[in-house]
Design a protein around this ligand. Structure first.
Ligand SMILES: Nc1ncnc2c1ncn2[C@@H]1O[C@H](COP(=O)(O)OP(=O)(O)OP(=O)(O)O)[C@@H](O)[C@H]1O
Ligand SMILES: [Mg+2]
Length: 153
């Protein structure tokens, strides 16, 4: 199952993120794919807003991961753009973050070179002449159920 959104401006990206955030359940893992500046972090800000988080959302460009302890689950926001050392994946315990009680959003998942578990949802961003084009694709049953909640929201 796959959904397409044409997002004219940043506010539209944030609004889609808020809807997606409200449709999330513990255990989901989501890949965010698209060029630099495509809107992956912006969408994540919306997701966190939709989940009631009112604080600042930093891009995890240098830290690789930021944790948000929300009422419903822990949300891990990864940015693996600068991920260089494969051993760090095990050493840092990143693997354990992908579990039934957490939600993981991952920017630049390809940089982990096959270490990540398969995602439930894949969100792909394109940069047309104006605004952004976004496809949300479900790869598992849990991902399809999330999309169904998103559609009905
Ligand atoms: N729908 C949209 N239309 C136009 N501009 C947008 C839209 N959504 C987000 N933007 C803008 O595009 C930029 C996206 O930056 P953002 O940090 O979210 O990208 P990113 O995909 O996380 O990049 P990186 O790979 O560097 O982490 C921001 O300047 C934001 O205001
Ligand atoms: Mg980013």
């Amino acid at each position: 199952m796959s959904l397409f959104f044409s997002l004219p401006d940043e506010a539209a990206t944030l609004a889609l993120g808020e809807r997606l955030g409200r449709a999330l359940e513990a255990g989901l893992s989501i890949w965010l794919q698209g060029d630099l500046g495509a809107g992956k972090t912006t969408l994540t800000r919306g997701v966190l807003r939709g989940l009631g988080f009112a604080g600042r959302v930093k891009s995890p460009t240098y830290t690789l991961v930021e944790l948000y302890e929300l009422s419903r689950f822990n949300l891990y926001h990864f940015d693996l753009y600068r991920f260089a050392d494969p051993d760090e994946w095990e050493d840092a315990g990143f693997r354990e973050y992908f579990n039934p009680t957490s939600v993981c959003l991952v920017e630049w998942p390809d940089k982990a070179d096959g270490r990540l578990p398969q995602p439930d949802l894949r969100v792909r961003f394109d940069i047309p002449d104006a605004g952004r084009a976004v496809w949300i694709e479900a790869l598992t049953e849990a991902g399809s159920a999330c999309i169904a909640r998103l559609i009905s929201s």
